[in-house]
Design a protein around this ligand. Structure first.
Ligand SMILES: [Zn+2]
Length: 319
């Protein structure tokens, strides 16, 4: 859907409500009280629904990114369009101006809520087969209380530590013998610390099946063969790691450029949200103007607790 299609498809509040109702029915409505998924009844012009078993009532917007928001659905749908319209994204101020919002804080909250839902969507998928893993350090805003006691280098309070992994399949051209690497999906997570324990947790949480893992020779990665099928380490150097860890290195430098260019100094507690957006778009880089359709679904989808989503998690196709 391009912008013209969007304007035609969602001209007003009612068109957004109809779309949301249809999607909620398609995704399956689950009662928060009794867990029933069979029958729900709509009332008040489909603005509310009632569980046929326990009679619990909830709004059309419950369990979605729009829940508890006083803004119209139409404003939210426009926000989804703006969020997906450019690869680099808008600054919060531009976002506020484009949506005609009175307060900067409202725009800030909306942007972060959407980023949280981007993370929820990508959490439904796990990485498979051959993976690259690396860490990256990004600059963050320093709290005033630690300004006088700053450490330098890797443990500095000015830098946050992030784990980065990418599906990466080595390919060889049978005619020329040239090798390259095909990249699949990415994951990025803020880590309390880049050490053996935290990296293991990252891999266990984000990867599934028999994993062949490529890393550099950082000592934090020395125990990883215990949790993967095979672990290859390459000695850090321009040529060796450039080839083997090509996609994580590329993602890391693009991330740094993006955070510097658009978001400037980031507060630590929001960093994961920025990573969610970066990875969400990276994983859908070939979606083109279909990205907006996907983002609407991402934001209005009622995500269920982890145990209920097993079927969705085993799926390895992004949508
Ligand atoms: Zn119920």
């Amino acid at each position: 859907m391009n912008i013209i299609d969007f304007i035609n498809y969602f001209p007003d509040e009612e068109s957004c409500e109809i779309y949301l109702k249809e999607h909620r029915e398609k995704a399956g409505i689950r009662c928060k009280s009794c867990g029933d998924t069979s029958n729900h009844y709509w009332f008040s012009g489909a603005k509310f629904l009632e569980c046929s078993v326990c009679r619990r009532r909830s709004s059309l917007k419950s369990d979605t990114v729009i829940e508890k928001s006083k803004l119209s659905l139409h404003t939210w749908f426009l926000a989804f369009m703006l969020k997906s319209a450019t690869k680099k994204g808008f600054s919060c101020l531009k976002f506020q101006l484009q949506l005609g919002l009175c307060r900067y804080e409202t725009a800030f909250r909306m942007m972060h809520k959407i980023r949280v839902y981007m993370g929820k969507r990508d959490a439904l998928y796990t990485l498979k087969d051959m993976l690259e893993f690396d860490e990256v350090y990004v600059a963050i805003a320093t709290p005033g209380r630690v300004k006088g006691h700053l450490k330098r280098g890797k443990g500095s309070q000015r830098k946050a530590e992030i784990g980065v992994s990418a599906e990466s399949i080595p390919l060889e051209d049978l005619e020329t013998g040239k090798t390259s690497r095909f990249c699949g999906y990415f994951k990025m997570e803020v880590l309390d610390k880049v050490d053996g324990e935290h990296v293991k947790q990252f891999i266990k949480k984000n990867a599934d099946g028999d994993i062949v893992l490529f890393t550099d020779n950082n000592t934090a990665y020395s125990q990883l063969e215990a949790i993967v099928q095979t672990h290859f380490t390459v000695i850090s150097g321009k040529d060796s790691t450039n080839d083997t860890l090509r996609w994580v290195h590329k993602a890391n430098s693009n991330l740094k450029r993006k955070l510097l260019g658009i978001n400037h100094m980031i507060i630590y507690k929001y960093l994961q949200n920025y990573l969610n957006e970066f990875v969400y778009k990276l994983n859908r880089k070939y979606f083109g103007d279909r990205l907006i359709d996907r983002l609407i679904i991402t934001a209005i989808h009622p995500y269920m607790p982890r145990a209920d989503t097993h079927k969705q998690q085993t799926q390895n196709e992004l949508f």
